[in-house]
Design a protein around this ligand. Structure first.
Ligand SMILES: [Ca+2]
Length: 325
């Protein structure tokens, strides 16, 4: 044991010396830095003080989730369609046969007017389909030696500007389809034409129907007003005179035809007033073109006839003039 005790003391001394050496050796101690020039900078570790009696933070209340509001479906707004008086689509190859084509305004239709010239200032040609022409003043009327002294007034008459009994289906209906009818009138000597060319299959057979009405205003001449319709230059009758058409009655020009090789039907509707100072009003509506093997349009309506020489009175008015298409 003594021998072992002698060994213990040197070893303990060596360990103590190594410990002191570690503490005192430059550049070896934690908390200081030794730079190249031998200077030393002490580094101090932060002291963390634990505060006494630090209140335990109250737990933060977790916000109660807000209930997501139930989504209410907004009713879909149904737009009330603005009445558009455009050409009613149908199987007819004719364009604007009912004169409904217009520039739709807020509460009514508009039609561009003619600024002047031989077609007359302020007149309204049909918006689409038809070409409007006039016999120039000083020139002979159609198929007549009588010379025009002026041009007619040509306007669209809308339902809202007519009394109800002149609406579609009324006892004095001036509208045969839709809400618009076309009116040509004037008290000079005048002649006017509506024309339209339609492409059709060569050899096919069609029927043109042209409803027309004249207001004679008491004219004592049966030929004071006349009307006609033609396809490729061929009329149904030569002319229907005013007395034979009847005063304020609808009649129809009706022409059944075969389309020639050139595949075109040139359609023409003409009206004229013979006497200066005697006003005439013509109304035209619902012109149609349909296959010849289909039923004719407006079966309730008499055909316009050519006046008989020596006719003494207007064509007798029908007992009922109610027109329903
Ligand atoms: Ca119409």
């Amino acid at each position: 044991m003594r021998k072992n005790g002698l060994l213990v003391y040197p070893i303990a001394g060596l360990l103590l010396w190594l410990l002191l050496l570690h503490i005192s050796a430059p550049g070896q101690r934690e908390g200081s830095s030794i730079y190249a020039d031998g200077t030393e900078e002490n580094r101090y570790f932060p002291i963390i003080f634990v505060p006494e009696n630090t209140p335990t933070p109250e737990p933060t209340l977790t916000p109660t989730p807000t209930l997501t509001p139930t989504l209410t479906l907004t009713p879909t707004l149904t737009l009330t369609p603005t009445p558009t008086a455009t050409n009613t689509p149908d199987s007819s190859p004719l364009i604007n046969g009912s004169f409904e084509a217009c520039i739709q305004g807020e509460d009514k239709c508009d039609w561009p007017t003619i600024p002047g010239g031989e077609l007359g200032q302020g007149n309204q040609p049909p918006l689409t389909g038809w070409d409007l022409s006039m016999v120039p003043p000083g020139e002979a009327l159609y198929d007549s030696s009588d010379k025009a002294t002026g041009v007619c007034e040509c306007v669209h008459k809308e339902q809202q500007n007519l009394p109800p009994d002149e609406w579609l289906g009324g006892p004095k209906a001036l509208i045969l389809e839709g809400k618009v009818t076309y009116k040509l009138f004037g008290n000079t000597i005048w002649g006017s034409e509506l024309s339209q060319s339609v492409d059709l299959p060569p050899g096919s057979e069609w029927r043109l129907t042209v409803p027309i009405q004249v207001h004679l205003h008491g004219d004592g001449d049966p030929y004071g007003a006349e009307s006609s319709a033609r396809v490729n230059g061929k009329p149904d009758i030569h002319w229907a005179n005013g007395w034979a058409m009847g005063d304020q009655e609808w009649c129809k020009h009706e022409i059944t035809f075969t389309v020639p090789e050139h595949g075109r039907a040139d359609i023409s509707v003409r009206v004229k007033n013979k006497w200066q100072g005697k006003n005439k009003d013509f109304f035209i509506d619902d012109i149609s073109l349909s296959p010849a093997d289909e039923a004719a349009a407006h079966p309730e309506m008499d055909r316009c006839i050519q006046g008989q020489t020596g006719i003494q009175q207007y064509r007798e008015n029908k007992s009922s003039s109610r027109i329903v298409k």
